[in-house]
Design a protein around this ligand. Sequence first.
Ligand SMILES: Nc1ncnc2c1ncn2[C@@H]1O[C@H](COP(=O)(O)OP(=O)(O)OP(=O)(O)O)[C@@H](O)[C@H]1O
Length: 269
Amino acid sequence: MMNYSTDPPSTTPLSPTPPAIRAAGLTVVRGGRQVLRGLDFEVPHGQITGLLGPSGCGKSTLMRAIVGTQAKVTGTLDVLGSPAGDATLRSRIGYVTQAPSVYDDLTIRQNLDYFAAILDPGRASAERRHENVTRAIADVDLTSRADALAGNLSGGQRSRVSLAVALLGAPELLVLDEPTVGLDPVLRRDLWNLFHTIAAERGATLLVSSHVMDEAERCHRLLLMREGEILADDTPDALRLDTGSDTVETAFLHLVDEAIAAGKQKETV
Ligand SMILES: Nc1ncnc2c1ncn2[C@@H]1O[C@H](COP(=O)(O)OP(=O)(O)OP(=O)(O)O)[C@@H](O)[C@H]1O
């Protein structure tokens, strides 16, 4: 096909954006057992990467290693260009664990005011803090409950308060451990829309774990895990195509069967 572009050809090649996360030979030992076994992968910048796999496969452990709270990590793990756990990364990463970390005796707004004051202290930034808190509460659709005590919220609402706390500092990387557990389908859809807005408009990178395979379809890329290993690292479309499957769930099951068969073959050789 002819190229009718009148733009001059670029003389300096564009340097590719470095990945947000890069792991090589990443291993984690917990309770004397290797729970992550020599992982090699990259998470691209500005996209939503889903971390999927059955319960106990190592998703939370991998997230803890990425945010720097996991002990006994060996191999290479670079996050936003620095080694995982580096002190300079603290304000650049938002992390939401499976257990919501909110103060029950404070309202939603008071919880956020408290964390905002830690992130951005001082009288001079009071107005900015107020704006950030109001925006983060609206982001997670809790404006109408802003003055409710956190102790009186449902489980799903409490997880959304934790997510709002993580959004406060406008982090470059958001690490979300099963953020949609216990939420109804409408809220799940709204949260996934919010994740896409955060990636598209703020250029943030999101790593979101789930064991609900239909959420895989909402990600730009997927890391499929099983028993401490990465089974696949690709886009949902490529995974379905490569395995001749209609859904990511069927593709995952196909890959599990392949891995089991390969394991058996190794045993018999
Ligand atoms: N504190 C601990 N001490 C020892 N082993 C642990 C500890 N926490 C988790 N493990 C083990 O590490 C492995 C990975 O656990 P992890 O919590 O990372 O899995 P997961 O994929 O996040 O599971 P889930 O979806 O159920 O949260 C599991 O085999 C688990 O038993």
